[in-house]
Design a protein around this ligand. Structure first.
Ligand SMILES: C[S@@+](CC[C@H](N)C(=O)[O-])C[C@H]1O[C@@H](n2cnc3c(N)ncnc32)[C@H](O)[C@@H]1O
Length: 283
């Protein structure tokens, strides 16, 4: 492309050149090398480029504009119906993969799946999982999850369930849950009082259903899920259930006390920013 033109576009928009490049790649459909060799950007793209730059100036996250988010070094389709995958969640994928190595006959359930970035990253990095279910209460989120399941050609391994928590799995015998069960869950854990600390992009553009627990501790949905895990183990006569959950930066103390009171075996892991983020719980 005419480097002069790109330079003007970049200077005028006051945006990072990498961001401009990502927008151009999305709008033109060209590869990086094709874009680099281009002398001029065709005028037919001009309106779309301006539109995208305006959206960014109005705080819309880049990931929603380009319908792409990188997680665990993989590219996921995203739109405003799902949470943008966060780096903080990668520790859960790491720890799940580490754990899986020790077991055979594994069923994986990802509760609150959103884009399905968690189970897909796990399945792309291990072949030990026989069966995988992904659950979300939002049909719109499941449409995004479907796109990613298709993108990674995992239609045969991953089945979707549109339900609340794991209730459907708990009582419906059609789900085969023998052997060892691993559950991953990144639930909406932001509590009422924390609303003021969230950035503008998140509040305005990401789905409230994916973010807010709306309650006092932010741990309430996990308490329901933990309760359901006890029932699930009993009803299905399972060898093991290992549950991985993601917690907020200030939820370690509360969750630790809660799990100790239940006599559960658990381990807490820090994310890349040294914040207590992921808990592995054994039933
Ligand atoms: C924090 S997002 C996590 C998305 C994804 N797992 C990730 O890490 O990027 C939570 C997701 O839970 C879903 N959700 C909220 N309440 C739910 C419920 N009671 N049962 C099932 N899913 C729920 C929302 O639709 C949203 O997609």
């Amino acid at each position: 492309m005419n480097k002069h033109k790109l330079y003007n576009l970049w200077i005028n928009s006051k945006l990072d050149s990498k961001i401009i490049e990502k927008i151009l790649l999305k709008i033109t459909g060209l590869s990086k090398s094709q874009l680099f060799l281009l002398d001029e950007i065709d005028d037919i793209y001009k309106k779309d480029i301006e539109k995208a730059i305006n959206k960014l100036k109005n705080w819309e996250p880049l990931e929603y504009i380009i319908n792409n988010s990188e997680f665990y070094s993989l590219d996921f389709y995203v739109n405003s119906k799902v949470l943008i995958p966060r780096d903080d969640t990668e520790i859960m994928v790491d720890k799940t993969i580490e754990t899986i190595i020790n077991y055979d006959w594994i069923t994986l359930i990802d509760v609150w799946t959103g884009s399905s970035c968690i189970p897909i990253s796990i399945l792309e990095n291990t072949n030990k999982i026989n069966n995988c279910y992904v659950i979300d209460i939002s049909k719109n989120a499941l449409e995004v999850s479907k796109k990613n399941i298709t993108r990674f050609k995992l239609e045969k391994k991953i089945k979707q369930i549109n339900w609340d928590l794991i209730k459907e799995i708990l009582w419906n015998k059609k789900y085969e849950l023998n052997g060892n069960l691993i559950i991953t869950a990144n639930l909406p854990y932001i509590k009422n009082n924390d609303f003021g600390n969230i950035d503008k992009e998140t509040i305005e553009f990401e789905p409230a259903l994916a973010l807010y627990g709306w309650k006092n501790t932010g741990f309430e949905l996990y308490e329901q899920l933990i309760n359901q895990c006890f029932q699930l183990k009993k009803v299905n006569n399972l060898n093991t259930i290992i549950l991985f959950i993601e917690i907020g930066f200030d939820q370690k103390q509360y969750s630790e006390n809660y799990l100790k009171n239940l006599n559960l075996k658990f381990e807490i892991f820090k994310d890349n920013w040294n914040i207590d983020r992921c808990i592995k719980i054994e039933f």
